[in-house]
Design a protein around this ligand. Structure first.
Ligand code: ATP
Ligand code: MG
Length: 290
């Protein structure tokens, strides 16, 4: 790959393939680069322009009827850095072209419907980059780990997810699904530092410790969800996330590659440029009265 930062293409290295085993992924690794934190930050900054340029084209072409859009699904254990991805990768995009949804525990009304009921309306519209901070995958992760739905229902959901993603992909949604993968040791350190720092303490959630004890069950649920729903039109990427700088720059690369595959182009105007110029010139004398 022609880049000073990347020695190999991270989108290929991080993409889930046949025979994938989550246990083989080292959360400390930085596949595709030998760089460090400072170089990672520089790369993130440089590529932000590229991302923004692609996003603008995507948005512009939708104004003239193109259906293309991108959905980025972020899943992870607590404190793995989903928030940091949103803040560092997507913060420099155009707010009008970004639709961020954080999925929390379902409300009573949401629970009364099928699990995809609350997800469907959040699928980004044409021209928009949608980011799901947690997603319909919670319905086969936390719900499986805690038995909030029975085994048969969980089984049905894998199929329902595949059908749902197939349907929106056919309607122009490019889907990338990303698991940020931290180690339990790294999570403990991050939770401790939240507890110790008065300015971070608000991020500490005692419930995170209750989830943490189910780590092995979560990893099993992730493994199954990933292998059951990995598809050409909706691929999974597992991003080692112990090094925050790496996770950010790798996710940015995955997003840029997905946008490049969508291949947005500046739209042809649906008006006569010369005629519009003439009309504008005819108003050149216009002055505010008085
Ligand atoms: P942060 O802690 O960084 O603000 P978060 O995504 O952890 O982000 P929280 O409000 O702490 O946000 O947690 C949301 C909780 O909602 C998680 O524990 C998650 O498992 C739960 N949740 C989300 N979707 C579902 C679902 N479909 N079924 C059950 N629980 C869900
Ligand atoms: Mg939380």
């Amino acid at each position: 790959m022609a880049s000073e930062f990347w020695t190999d293409d991270p989108t290929r290295l991080l993409r889930v393939g046949r025979g994938f085993e989550l246990r083989d992924v080292d959360p400390d690794a930085t596949p595709g680069t030998d760089s460090d934190k400072q170089l990672g930050r520089d790369e993130l900054e440089r590529q932000a322009q590229v991302l923004r340029g692609l996003q603008e084209k995507l948005f512009a072409q939708s104004r003239l009827g193109a259906r293309g859009r991108l959905l980025v699904v972020l899943q992870a254990m607590d404190a793995a850095g989903k928030g940091g991805i949103v803040n560092h990768v997507f913060s420099q995009t155009e707010p009008y072209g970004l639709a961020l949804t954080a999925f929390k525990a379902p409300t009573e009304e949401e629970r009364a419907h099928d699990f995809l009921w609350r997800v469907e309306p959040r699928v980004p519209g044409p021209g928009v980059i949608g980011v799901f901070d947690r997603s319909h995958y919670e319905d086969v992760l936390v719900q499986r780990v805690h038995g909030l739905a029975g085994p048969e229902e969980i089984e049905r959901r894998y199929g329902a997810i595949i059908d749902f993603e197939r349907r929106i992909a056919d309607d122009g949604v490019r889907i990338v699904k990303i698991m940020l993968h931290v180690s339990p040791e790294e999570q403990a350190e991050r939770l401790l530092s939240r507890l110790d720092d008065p300015e971070k303490r608000w991020k500490y959630n005692p419930g995170d410790v209750d989830e943490r004890v189910h780590w092995p069950a979560y990893m099993e649920a992730f493994q199954t969800a990933i292998e059951r729903t990995n598809a050409e039109h909706a691929p999974w990427f597992v991003v080692p996330a112990n090094a925050k700088w790496y996770a950010r720059v790798a996710v940015q690369r995955i997003v840029i590659a997905a946008l490049q595959e969508l291949g947005p182009e500046w739209p042809e105007p649906d008006f006569d440029v010369a005629a519009e110029r003439a009309r504008l010139e005819a108003t050149a004398d216009l002055r505010w009265p008085g």
